[in-house]
Design a protein around this ligand. Structure first.
Ligand code: NDP
Length: 400
């Protein structure tokens, strides 16, 4: 069917590349392009000879729009899959505009010097993408991503209106390290150490970091502590799912993770303000990232399961109804299949699915859209086909 340019060669990109290669009818050719060429080559070497998808590689600095434009003009992809970091969203969108190429990502833009992610920067491209006749699909990972597809599916098939959504992200995996993050440490720690927030009656309510704690008995995982976080899909879902009164996001963390994070914060290691060190300027959080385990290396060590999903409460035919949609993913099963742990897997699979729907024309809609603005049905079908089976329950435990 066509060609995809994949930017980034880290944990998430590694899974997406495997999954594109399992879907060669759509992904006839891919180019893996990142800052470190050897990582692209490693990925290519793992898959060459095992797939009908042709694989190229390239070295690119995705902060440089001209370099991206040259690469796109050279490879002529149908879509650019941004699986690098959120800092590159806008430069890649600029290059897509200049070359009239479709765009997708898994995380919304945040400026490197201010740990505050918001959609306003990317939504500002709506008219430009529409006029250029190209589609930008925002947030096609798991959360954001599948959580938006679950919400669109719930309102389409089960509710007249949804009043409450609780997004629950549980990871019961154990990698055996005292402290490590399951995706890019810099992005992960910025997210967890920021103030929490949720939306109630159209207003954002802010909390201190990790101030709100609950316990939940997750199917197939059991009881875990979870904490309310600010998360990007809250912003778009509150606008796109009609009738919402309250939407919250909770993520599980172990005592050990929280204790380490607090100590690192207290000694200044999570700060993003540059400091002077022996004549150089360094950002403490970037230095910390350099000494922590690479998330892509956690695959062989991580055992246990994740459970990520949404609990919806709303009205159907005048009656109150509850509905829980979730996926359970086993770290070791993911490792056996694609050589990575479940966090990269649950992000890389939806990234491939979102790109395939834009490429096949099913989700081709000029403009800039969040994932819940597309028809969820083909995505839900492909989740089951490509390794992320979903489960539903009509009588879930609720979060107070
Ligand atoms: P990694 O750190 O493992 O990989 C990032 C990759 O991007 C690396 O290959 C890195 O290159 C490359 N990169 C960074 N800067 C540039 C640049 N300027 N030019 C070219 N390449 C660059 O991160 P993950 O794979 O864990 O995460 C990838 C993305 O997925 C992140 O945006 C993250 O926020 C998002 N994510 C989304 C989730 C969701 O559910 N929606 C969940 C988890 C992650 P190098 O190797 O040289 O450093």
């Amino acid at each position: 069917m066509g060609k995809a340019l994949i930017i980034g060669a880290g944990g998430v990109a590694g899974v997406a590349v495997h999954k594109c290669c399992q879907n060669s009818e759509i992904f006839e050719e891919i180019c893996i392009a990142s800052r470190t060429l050897s990582k692209c080559e490693d990925l290519k070497n793992k898959l060459c000879g095992k797939t009908k998808t042709k694989i190229k590689t390239a070295c690119v600095d995705a902060d440089n729009v001209e370099a991206l434009i040259n690469l796109i003009n050279d490879f002529k992809p149908d879509i650019v899959m941004n699986l690098a970091l959120p800092y590159q969203d806008l430069t890649i969108m600029d290059a897509c505009l200049a070359t009239k190429t479709n765009y997708m990502d898994t995380a919304n833009y945040e400026p490197p010097d201010n740990a505050k992610f918001e959609y306003k920067w990317q939504w500002a491209y709506r008219d430009k993408f529409k006029n250029a006749g190209i589609t930008a699909l925002l947030g096609s990972g798991f959360d954001p991503g599948v959580t938006g597809v679950f919400s669109a599916y719930a309102i389409k098939h089960h509710f007249d209106e949804i009043e409450y959504i609780d997004i629950l992200d549980a990871n019961a995996g154990d990698h055996g390290y005292p402290f490590a993050t399951n995706f890019n440490p810099e992005i992960n720690i910025r997210e967890v150490s920021a103030n929490g927030s949720y939306i109630e009656n159209g207003k954002w309510i802010e909390t201190k970091p990790l101030e709100i704690k609950r316990q939940y008995n997750f199917p197939e995982i059991g009881n875990m502590d979870m904490y309310l976080l600010h998360h990007e899909e809250l912003e778009s879902l509150a606008l796109n799912i009609k009738g919402i009164k309250r939407i919250r996001f909770f993520m599980t963390f172990s005592e050990r993770y929280i204790t380490h994070l607090k100590v690192l914060e207290n000694v200044g290691m999570t700060s993003i303000k540059p400091i002077e060190y022996e004549g150089m300027k360094i950002v403490p959080l970037q230095f910390l990232k350099a000494v922590l385990p690479d998330p892509a290396s956690l695959g062989p060590r991580t055992k246990g399961k994740t459970n990520i999903g949404c609990i919806f409460t709303g009205k159907k035919d005048g009656k109150t109804k509850h509905y829980y949609l979730y996926n359970v993913c086993d770290h070791q099963e993911c490792y056996k299949e694609v050589g990575s742990q479940a966090i990269s897997y649950t992000t890389g699979v939806p990234a491939m699915i979102g790109a395939s729907l834009v490429m096949s024309g099913k989700w081709n809609k000029p403009g800039v859209y969040n994932i819940e603005e597309f028809d969820p049905d083909p995505f839900m079908e492909l989740l089951n086909k490509f390794g992320l089976k979903w489960n539903e329950s009509f009588n879930p435990e609720l979060v107070d």
